[in-house]
Structures are given as C-alpha cells and as structure tokens.
Design a protein around this ligand. Sequence first.
Ligand SMILES: C[S@@+](CC[C@H](N)C(=O)[O-])C[C@H]1O[C@@H](n2cnc3c(N)ncnc32)[C@H](O)[C@@H]1O
Length: 400
Amino acid sequence: MQPEDVQALTSPAGQEALAAAALLPDGDPLAAAEKLRAQGFAPTLAAAALTQTELRRKARAKFGTDAAVMFFTRAGLEQATRSVVARRRAARLAAAGARRVADLGCGVGADTIAFARAGMRVLAVDADPGTAAIAEANIKNLGLPGVLVEARDATTTPLVAVEAVFCDPARRTSGGRRVFDPRAYSPPWDFVTALPSRVPNAVLKLAPGIDHALLPAGAEGEWVSVDGDVVEAAAWCGPLAEAPRRATVIRGEDVFELTGSGEERAPVGPVGTYLYDPDGAVVRSHLVAELADALSGNLLDESIAYITTNHLEHTPFARPYTVIDRLPIALKKLRAALKERDIGALQILKRGSAHDVDDLRRQLRLDGRGSAFLALTRIKGEPAALLLKPADAPAAAAGR
Ligand SMILES: C[S@@+](CC[C@H](N)C(=O)[O-])C[C@H]1O[C@@H](n2cnc3c(N)ncnc32)[C@H](O)[C@@H]1O
C-alpha cells in the first residue's frame, strides 16, 4: 500500500466507503464490490475499502475492538504483535522507567500503540512509506498522543532523545516468505544486535526459533506463548535483563512467568503416575528443569521435555496427563493394544519421536468406541508409547 492509498481511505469518501463495506456480509467479494460501485464509490476505492474490511475482521483476534478503526496490510497484520503481548511489554518497559522510546520498524504500529497507552512518548519509524502512513493513521484513529511516526530507515535514525529502544525486525523476504536466518532480518542483524551498545535499555523482538547463542551477551531471553502457541522471543538487554531466561505464558488475560538460568538439568527417573507436557514457551526458554524442580518431578529422558511425577499439581506451565499404561511401540502390537482397549479416537502427542502422526493414525485403523491420548517419546533413549488421559483441573477440562 502506498501513502496515497492510506490518504484515500482516510478521506471523507474513504470513510464512507469503509462504513458501507462494513455493513456488507462477509463471503462474496465480487457481489460486495458490485454493491459498493452501485452506491457510487469508485472501483479502486471500493476494492481498497473491502480489503480493509476483510483485514479488520481478521485483525480482531490480535487487536480486539481496536481493529475496527485500524488500517492494515496483509503482511503488516501477519507480522504485528498481538495487543496482549504488546501491552505487557510496554508495561514492563514503563515500569523500568522508560518515558521516551524509539520503535524501529514499527509496522502497522501494534507496539507503538501499546507504548503510547503505557504513557510513553514514541518515535516510531518504518522504512516502508505506506506502512508508516498506516501506523500514523492508526495512532490518529485511536486518539493516542505523544507519537511521532517517520517514514525512514532505522539504520540512519538518530537515537539521541530516547531512554529505550524497541526493534522488531522484518523476518520475511519481499515476497512474503519467512526467513529463519537472523542474518536475513531487516533492519540487518548486525544493526539490531548493536542497538544495546547505543541505547542500553533495548528490547529486541526475535523469532521463537532463535538460537540462544545468538542472544546479545547478558540479555534476558524471553519466550512468550499465547493460549498455547509460542508467538515470539524477545531479548531484554542491559539494565532491563532481570533473569537469564523467562517463559511468559499468557492464557486469556492471565499472565504467568517462570524464570531461571536456562542451564539447569533435571534428574531422569522412571515413569510416574502423571506426565506433564510443558508449554512451548517453557521448552523454548530451556526452563524445563526449573519446571521439573517446581513440580518435584523428573524427566523420562535427559533430552526430552516430558516431566513425570507421582502427584498431581496443576500449573499454567504444563498440561498434565494421567499415565494409563506403557504400550508397545511396534505398529502391530500397538494396534492390538489399542483395539483391546476399544480405542477409536486417538490424540497423539510426540516429543523425541520421528513418527508422522497422521500416518500412524491411518495405519492404526482404530474403530473402537473409546478415546485416549498417546505420547510417542523416548524413555532413557528407547522409543516408547504411553497411553494417557488428561488430568486437567475441572474448570480447564470443561473449556477444552
Ligand atoms: C515485524 S514488522 C514490525 C511489526 C510491529 N512491531 C507491529 O507489531 O506492528 C517489521 C517492520 O520493519 C520494517 N523495516 C524493515 N527494514 C527496516 C529498516 N531498515 N528501517 C525501518 N524499518 C524497517 C518493515 O517495513 C516492517 O514494517
């Protein structure tokens, strides 16, 4: 999107087109375009309004009611931080005393919005003029004071009057494909990792798969999950680092945090009555040993994240299962064992197993009346299958 497209959408005619598009039912874009044209809207404006309406509907999951007045590009929405995560980050930064922050590569402005709402003044820059225009329109529509949006390259942006810097580099090619190698980030990785030497209070948003060895020296590595999905990693640098590693687990509006060195090793022991499947944020932040310690549990295998105990303790950091049985792993014997138990519906979890879950389910050809969970894993280096049933707390179980 170009700045003039944003201008067209924010003009009185654009606002009317957006209002008219929002009243049309979702699902038939051709009929919707026809209806808008019949109401007198120019074809390009009608198309742009319909695209925004579709993106606003999609954006509700990340932005809630704000989405209704925001503008997006498809890529900008995909890459945007969810408001619940941005809000938490902004609150932590504000609590650390930051009042003026630079958001380098602000995208559609999700983090900038959260910083402004947390009472900070924000310098928001994006190298893409259309994206910067969108961020500016979003800040205006949400009525947020204290934000200056500039369309410029972060690498040449002076950082003189800020107490903190946040950088969320683009992790996609210009064609929209994800890039996994940080050296392909934009702004470039060297620039991103040098930020803490320029502004010590630096927060760098990174892909969840980032190698721990790439975190800036002394930084806190935080992995964040929302409702079970790991959505990002962040490096909290300089004075902002509070613990070497943190797992932040967000469920609905509740936030749970586990911290530790990320270097502990949990004891390995026999299969107990319960098996815990840790949240991805705990696994990615290398805090499984800390969680095992908190649960007084042990691992089944030194390299696998399942924790086992003989007592049940509910924790936001892992889903507990009752271990019903250890089953043979060989296909025919496994099929026979499941048939004998009249299992038809099988949910398969795996850690440390190369099995293709869908393939295995097909090959098992189960047709029983019961349901169960099966964990494919390794126990002390040997492939193993554990038959499980969820041991969720009653309220959580009802919600699943
Ligand atoms: C991952 S997105 C940021 C998303 C944003 N934090 C949000 O939640 O809405 C990265 C942004 O960085 C911008 N970008 C890439 N290289 C840049 C550079 N050298 N200078 C400034 N912005 C850049 C891209 O245009 C893109 O909008």
